[in-house]
Design a protein around this ligand. Structure first.
Ligand code: GLY
Length: 321
């Protein structure tokens, strides 16, 4: 049976029209606007600009997403990613990151300390080891052996915030535009190849040893080059329980648009979890270069860049503002 007919037969009644157009786009490799990159939050604008130096000159999406998020990892004023990130409750800045390429390869580091660019360590794990994920002391050992330099990541500003927090030890896990969390970046290059990267210092004042969704393939990030890519920001525990990014990609496989897929993933979280206490934002890109997002509380936005646009996009939310 011809492949398109086969797919139609399986899913026809469910999501017929959108699946057909999506499947056709996939088969002919149709792209709407050429290369495209999207990343979480407003700080994604500068990260996208860096990624575009590669995407705009015909480079590979994997290189673009790594270079893009490194900018935020190095930003001492960003207190949710890399150097300058807020520490855990014991005063340690611990980092989580992962990366995926167009072949489905993946690399990840979690609970990594004293390394400025966890995303590049994650890429090295992916490319130079037989493993996907290295954690803690082992990840640090591997990074140092691979030539990464040890560096203190706790800035005076973050240390002062932690000292202040310790006076009350008040735990407020809502993450929103006022206290952003995590850069997730997904991109398609001029060859139509998809890649993604996700990096964070995780929840501020978390328990020592806590690992969130960001380094977990399928939770904080997922890329399937036949379908699309997705990434997540917000309360990692809620995303982990839902295999959030994998879910979004699988929903796109079934014919949902990026925004519809993100919305459905948010609805599943809202149905089972007490969403009053946390924010989640999903961001997705399909194989046609269409993008979309959805979040629980108002306030999540994402940065988009392609050959025609460079802008901040407000995400729709489950709870209306
Ligand atoms: N989304 C980042 C974290 O929960 O660690």
């Amino acid at each position: 049976m011809e492949r398109r007919n086969f797919i139609n037969k399986i899913y026809g009644g469910l999501v017929g029209t959108s699946l057909l157009s999506f499947s056709r786009a996939r088969e002919v490799g149709e792209m709407l606007n050429g290369p495209v990159v999207v990343s979480t939050w407003d700080f994604g604008m500068v990260a996208n600009a860096e990624a575009w130096k590669i995407l705009g000159s015909g480079g590979r999406s994997l290189d673009a997403v790594e270079k893009g998020v490194r900018i935020i990892e190095s930003d001492v004023n960003n207190q949710t990613v890399g150097i300058g990130g807020l520490p855990d409750r014991d005063g340690y800045v611990t980092l989580d990151a992962c990366i995926m390429d167009e072949t489905g390869n993946a690399g990840s580091v979690s609970f990594l300390q004293d390394i400025e660019h966890p995303i590049s360590v994650a890429r090295k794990v992916m490319e130079d080891t037989p493993h996907v994920m290295l954690a803690g002391a082992g990840a640090l050992q591997y990074a140092l052996e691979s030539g990464f330099e040890k560096k203190s990541l706790l800035t005076d500003k973050s240390k002062a915030a932690w000292e202040k927090w310790k006076k009350k030890s008040d735990y407020k896990p809502i993450i929103n535009i006022e206290n952003h969390d995590t850069i997730g970046m997904i991109a398609m290059d001029s060859q139509g190849q998809l890649s993604g990267a996700c990096t964070t210092s995780g929840l501020a004042y978390k328990m020592h040893g806590r690992v969130g969704d960001s380094p977990v393939i399928g939770a904080g990030l997922y890329v399937d080059n036949e379908v699309g890519a997705a990434t997540a920001t917000g309360m990692g525990e809620a995303v982990l329980k839902t295999c959030g990014s994998f879910l979004v990609v699988e929903l796109m496989r079934q014919g949902l648009s990026p925004e519809q897929a993100c919305k459905e993933a948010v609805l599943r979280i809202a149905k089972k979890q007490n969403y009053n206490d946390f924010q989640i934002g999903f961001l997705a890109l399909n194989k046609r270069g269409e993008t979309g997002a959805y979040c629980i509380h108002p306030g999540f936005n994402y940065s988009l860049k392609d050959s025609k646009n460079e802008r901040l996009v407000k995400s729709k939310s489950y709870i209306k503002g």
